[in-house]
Design a binder for this molecule. Structure first.
Ligand code: 1GP
Length: 230
């Protein structure tokens, strides 16, 4: 079975956005460690199944990051479940999860489920707006969230989410320094190899999203971090 702890690079594909067969082929053949399907808006059963069946032709791990119950379906290798720790709305802590477990708890294979402790950092991002996240965080806040995840909730993953903007390197370091067991995911605004290198030297795993749709060549170069940080 796949070992998530070894993943250095993940491409995140948004089911609400279109991607050509050629670009999808390049992404899936790029030596990335995994493909994650997920988004904030307009994630539907229809567009998820479409994208899943296209990616499934390739021999690499496929993850669904759940943002609503309606679009969940079997067929993925893993299901990543976010809990947004700095959301001010309990729905995004465990409210959606409660409903999901009431409906599907009896059929879930928990070996395939990974609980992600999200900290949403970019106030302009859709995810910050939807989850009503408190993004004005000091270093002490970041440290405390990291401690919460690593020492108390003992979650496998902490996801520092700068979606749409390149993050503050010092803040990412602050989180990384507090984590001993929890794997640090960094995502947001990575648009070239240098940025990929920089964040990959701090976080355990980098997530590359939007640049896939804006500049496929640059997106493909972000995979090149893998050799130097293995
Ligand atoms: C989004 O963290 C990912 O959930 C990646 O961010 O789209 O800005 O690359 P970008």
């Amino acid at each position: 079975m796949y070992d998530i702890k070894k993943w250095k690079h993940i491409f995140k594909l948004d089911p609400a956005k279109s991607i050509s067969d050629e670009d999808l082929d390049a992404i899936c053949m790029s030596q990335t460690d995994a493909i994650m399907i997920g988004g904030t808006d307009d994630v539907t059963e229809d567009n998820v199944i479409q994208l899943m069946s296209r990616v499934r032709r390739y021999p690499l791990p496929l993850v669904f990051e759940i943002s609503n119950i309606e679009s969940v379906m079997p067929g993925f290798d893993f299901y990543f479940v976010p809990t947004v720790l700095n959301s001010t709305n309990v729905k995004y802590h465990n409210g959606i999860l409660l409903e999901a477990l009431k409906s599907f708890g009896h059929v879930i294979d928990f070996e395939e489920v990974v609980f992600e402790g999200y900290v949403v950092m970019n106030p302009e991002s859709k995810v910050a707006q939807v989850t009503q996240a408190e993004t004005n965080l000091t270093d002490e806040d970041i440290e405390a969230y990291a401690q919460m995840v690593n020492e108390m909730y003992k979650l496998p993953v902490m996801y520092l989410e700068y979606s749409g903007t390149y993050g503050d390197v010092e803040k990412v370091k602050t989180a990384a320094n507090m984590l001993s067991d929890t794997q640090l995911f960094y995502g947001g605004g990575i648009s070239n190899q240098e940025e990929a290198e920089e964040m990959a030297s701090i976080a355990d795993t980098i997530i590359v999203g939007d640049i896939v749709y804006k500049d496929i060549k640059s997106a493909l170069k972000t995979v090149k971090i893998k050799e130097s940080h293995k």
